[in-house]
Design a protein around this ligand. Structure first.
Ligand code: NAG
Length: 354
């Protein structure tokens, strides 16, 4: 009897804790903490003023700060393209401390030989996290400028105002404006790249730019909301609606997703591809859809790596390439060698070979 009673009490405790959890989700600071996970400042104790501490070559990264119109200040890094770095070493030598002269970084942004990648990272962690640093090094190696920043509330960025959907889009816009207005980077030479939650930020930024009549490429190793279930999502006030924005994007799109992604169901990238394909099939009757789709979409097996599909959207919007890798999981899909090859062609403005 005593045991049964205790068991009942335990069940009751668990139930109360569960209800408390559900109720707490309605409370905004809790939602925020769960969606953005900005309290998890991995790697712990990172020195953002010394990027060499996470593996960058001496002086190759310029730490700087961005300010937003609503009063946030964001920690950011600009990583030089490898050729610009080596040329600067010939001229100035390896800096004894700090970074190479700022003029080197400005010149690299203005040099039409070098494209620029603006990176919106996923939730949790900071720009010093391992997979983000690996992406940065790959982008430098393919001779692109790489700009990465931490959203409000993250890393060494200001804590107030706290992260929100609108806030993150404001942060991304501040980085875009810094590149195009302050540094004079040609819009056509910028690729916007995001991972996980950062894909939602990227699509949101590029969608708004498209509304203003801009045309720029986006790279999207797929979408937001890593581990929250769809049912919970209904409860949450913050959501990045990539599905309804992606159609607006009027520039080439590369979507990378790994079949073994444990966080975001693989079906999500197919839904995004369908959103882009369906308007192109609208003309054909219902029975013809499969046939029309087969004619429009080119699907190629990429050896042991995965499958790459592509189609043209017409009206000057360019191509959509969506690649499904067999491996890469959630965080390393963007660093697999063939992903980098596809990204390289995209960043350098080439038509991706599929
Ligand atoms: C731009 O980059 C190219 C390739 O590295 C280099 O040859 C050229 O000197 C650079 N131009 C300027 C103005 O720095």
């Amino acid at each position: 009897m005593g045991i049964l009673r205790r068991a009942h009490i335990w069940v009751l405790y668990a139930f109360v804790a569960y209800v408390a959890f559900l109720v707490s989700l309605i409370y905004e600071p809790v939602q925020r903490g769960l969606i953005y996970l900005h309290g998890i400042r991995i790697p712990f104790g990172a020195d953002f003023s010394r990027p060499e501490s996470v593996g960058f070559a001496p002086g190759k990264v310029l730490p700087f700060r961005l300010t937003t119109p609503d009063g946030a200040t964001l920690g950011a890094w600009h990583v030089l393209p490898v050729e610009a770095y080596e040329a600067a070493l010939d001229k100035y030598g390896v800096p004894a401390e700090g970074h190479l002269p700022e003029a080197v970084f400005d010149a690299a942004l203005r040099n039409s030989s070098y494209p620029t990648v603006l990176y919106n990272h996923g939730n949790a962690g900071t720009r010093a996290a391992g997979n983000r640093v690996r992406v940065a090094r790959h982008m430098s190696a393919l001779n692109a400028n790489f700009v990465i920043y931490d959203y409000r509330g993250f890393a060494d960025s200001s804590r107030d105002p706290p992260p929100s959907e609108e806030g993150l889009l404001t942060d991304a816009r501040a980085a875009w404006d810094w590149l195009t207005k302050e540094k004079g980077v040609d819009e056509g030479r910028i690729s916007v790249m995001g991972q996980s939650l950062g894909t939602g930020v990227s699509a949101g930024l590029v969608g708004r730019l498209a509304d203003e009549g801009n045309f720029i490429p986006i790279l999207s190793p797929l979408r937001n909301f890593p581990w929250l279930l769809d049912a919970l999502l209904q409860l949450l006030k913050t959501r990045f609606d990539t599905k309804h924005i992606i159609e607006k994007i009027a520039s080439p799109i590369l979507i990378l997703h790994a079949q073994n992604d444990p966080v975001i169901p693989f079906s999500h990238s197919r839904v995004l591809a369908d959103v882009l394909i369906n308007p192109l099939l609208a003309e054909s009757g219902p029975l013809e859809k499969d046939k029309a789709r087969g004619k429009l979409v080119r699907e190629t097996q990429a050896g042991g790596w995965g499958v790459v599909s592509s189609f043209e959207r017409g009206e000057g919007k360019g191509r959509v390439v969506w690649a499904e890798a067999r491996e890469g999981a959630h965080n390393e899909i963007g660093t697999s060698e063939y992903s980098i090859e596809l990204i390289k062609q995209m960043v350098h403005g080439e038509v991706i070979r599929t």
